[in-house]
Design a binder for this molecule. Structure first.
Ligand code: PEP
Length: 264
């Protein structure tokens, strides 16, 4: 237990907002200006992952603050005939630091597969971006008692051929699909159980040192009320926040809970 607490304290806690398809550039600027003073003393990494068209404005608006900017996806090719897609080089040149990859909404609505998640993750790493790789089971998969099988498969395929060295720049987000945007949060125990299992999978693939270093977030209806309990769990190192990241006070309250989540 003491060792668990020590290793949790050594990992980077990351609270990342996933704005999805919300906020125009002017609205993004206003929201970030509202959030910035509220999170300025955060004792954790604060990230806002915003729509592509908001990126330049967001980077400008957060200059001189502790808020890092992320994108919500990227393509795996450097350039070419991929109408509507955005390359890692384009993101990098803007000053983007993080990128969400394999969000369940992309898997569900846009044909994202573990293979494309893997390609995007490797492209992001190659470009020097920090991928936040999302994994999570569907409700019926949980009901059929195959959560661990689903997660193990996603971890193995999504991180296929990613080196141990590159894993230092990868964040995993455990997002049970049944909890995203539904108001249904996994209990802190359920979140801890799967996040600990993800760490076990990472240990099998990369060894103990890497497994203990990787930040594993929970995502799925995390809000200002339930964040404290979730973030106190040993293997929950942060959160990927959808709805609540669009309300400055709620997002700031989650950041505050994360800043207090280090175990004593
Ligand atoms: C998400 O979009 O990653 C997410 C967790 O959404 P919400 O917090 O709204 O459930």
């Amino acid at each position: 237990m003491i060792l668990d607490a020590l290793t949790k304290n050594l990992r980077k806690t990351i609270i990342a907002g996933n704005w999805k398809m919300n906020k125009t550039p002017s609205e993004a600027k206003a929201l970030l200006e509202e959030i910035a003073p509220l999170v300025k003393d955060a004792d954790c990494e604060v990230v806002a992952c915003v729509p592509y068209v908001d990126l330049a404005t967001a980077i400008e608006a957060t200059k001189g603050t502790n808020i890092k900017i992320g994108a919500e996806n990227c393509h795996w090719e450097e350039s070419g005939a991929y109408t509507g897609e955005i390359s890692t080089g384009m993101l990098k040149e803007l000053g983007v630091e993080y990128v969400v990859i394999g969000h369940s909404e992309r898997r569900q609505y846009f044909g994202e597969t573990d293979e494309t998640v893997n390609k995007r993750t490797k492209a992001a790493l190659k470009a020097g971006l920090k991928p936040i790789v999302c994994v999570g089971e569907l409700l019926w998969e949980r009901e059929c008692n195959i959560t661990n099988e689903v997660i193990a498969r996603q971890i193995k395929l999504d991180l296929w051929d990613v080196s141990a060295e590159d894993m230092m720049n990868v964040t995993i987000a455990y997002e049970p699909v049944w909890a995203i945007g539904t108001g249904k949060t996994a209990t802190a125990e359920q979140a801890e159980e799967v996040c600990a299992f993800i760490r076990l999978c990472l240990k099998g693939l990369y060894g103990l040192e890497v497994a203990e270093s990787v930040t594993i977030q929970y995502g799925g209806s995390m809000n200002d009320k339930n964040a404290g309990e979730l973030l106190m769990k040993t293997n929950v190192d942060g959160g990927l926040i959808g709805g609540a990241s669009l309300v400055a006070e709620k997002f700031a309250a989650i950041v505050d809970a994360a800043s207090r989540s280090y175990e004593e």
